[in-house]
Ligand binder design. Structure first.
Ligand SMILES: Cc1cc2nc3c(=O)[nH]c(=O)nc-3n(C[C@H](O)[C@H](O)[C@H](O)COP(=O)(O)O)c2cc1C
Length: 198
C-alpha cells in the first residue's frame, strides 16, 4: 500500500515538473527591452512581464544622457536632426527570442535615439515586435511608424501608449497608485486584443 502511494507521488510530481517546464519554455522566448529615464516606461514593462513572463532588460548607454532636463532635450533634438545613433552598453542575443516587446518614452515626438540604435544593432527579421510607450500627454508621435519602417522584415503588432510623467513640469514617476491600477487593466485588455493573452 505504502509502495503504491509512493509511486503515485513520484508519477504526479513528474507530471507537475513537466508542466512547469513547458510554461517556462513558452515565456523564455519573450524579451522585454525598455528605455526609461524617470521609470514610467519601466513600470509598464514590469506590468507586461507580470502578465506574459519573459526577460526584462533596461537599455543602458555607453555615455549616459545629462541629468538636467533642458540639456537632454537639447541633446536629443540634435541627435534626431543629425541621425546620430548613441552607442549602447546593453547587448542582447536575439537568437534566444522570437517575441520582442519594445518600450520607450516619446522624445521630441519621435522614437528616442537609443531605441533607433537598438533597432540598427540587432537583426530582428522574422521576429514579432510589440511596441509600448509612455508620454507626457502628446501621444507616441511618429515612434510606432518608425519601428514599422525600420523593422520591415518583422511582424509588428499594435502598440500600447499611455500617459506617463511630465518631467518638464516636475512630474517624474506618475504610473503609480491608482494610475498603476488603471494601467494594469488597460495593459491586460491590450494583450488580449493582440492575442498575446487568452
Ligand atoms: C528629452 C525628452 C523629450 C520629451 N519629449 C516629449 C514629447 O515630445 N512628447 C511628450 O508627450 N512627452 C515628451 N517627454 C516626456 C516623456 O515622454 C514622459 O515623461 C514619459 O512618461 C517618460 O518616460 P520614462 O519615465 O520612462 O522616462 C519628453 C521627455 C524627455 C526627457
Amino acid at each position: 500500500m505504502n509502495k503504491l502511494l509512493l509511486l503515485l507521488i513520484i508519477v504526479s510530481s513528474f507530471f507537475h515538473l513537466e508542466t512547469g517546464k513547458g510554461q517556462q519554455r513558452k515565456s523564455d522566448n519573450i524579451l522585454i527591452v525598455y528605455l526609461s529615464r524617470t521609470n514610467n516606461t519601466k513600470a509598464v514593462a514590469q506590468m507586461i512581464q507580470e502578465e506574459v513572463g519573459g526577460h526584462l532588460v533596461g537599455l543602458e548607454l555607453e555615455n549616459p544622457y545629462p541629468k538636467d532636463y533642458d540639456a537632454i532635450v537639447k541633446q536629443v533634438a540634435k541627435e534626431n536632426e543629425s541621425g546620430f545613433l548613441p552607442p549602447l552598453k546593453t547587448k542582447v542575443n536575439m537568437d534566444n527570442y522570437d517575441t520582442l516587446f519594445l518600450g520607450f518614452p516619446t522624445w521630441g515626438m519621435q522614437l528616442p535615439p537609443p531605441m533607433k540604435s537598438f533597432l540598427h544593432e540587432n537583426d530582428l527579421s522574422g521576429k514579432t515586435i510589440i511596441p509600448f510607450n509612455t508620454h507626457a500627454g502628446y501621444g507616441e508621435g511618429s515612434s510606432f511608424e518608425t519601428i514599422k519602417k525600420l523593422c520591415n522584415e518583422s511582424k509588428v503588432l499594435e502598440g500600447f501608449s499611455i500617459k506617463g510623467g511630465a518631467e518638464r513640469d516636475g512630474i517624474l514617476l506618475a504610473i503609480k497608485d491608482d494610475r498603476a491600477t488603471d494601467a494594469k487593466s488597460l495593459i491586460e485588455k491590450w494583450l488580449k486584443k493582440i492575442g498575446i493573452l487568452q
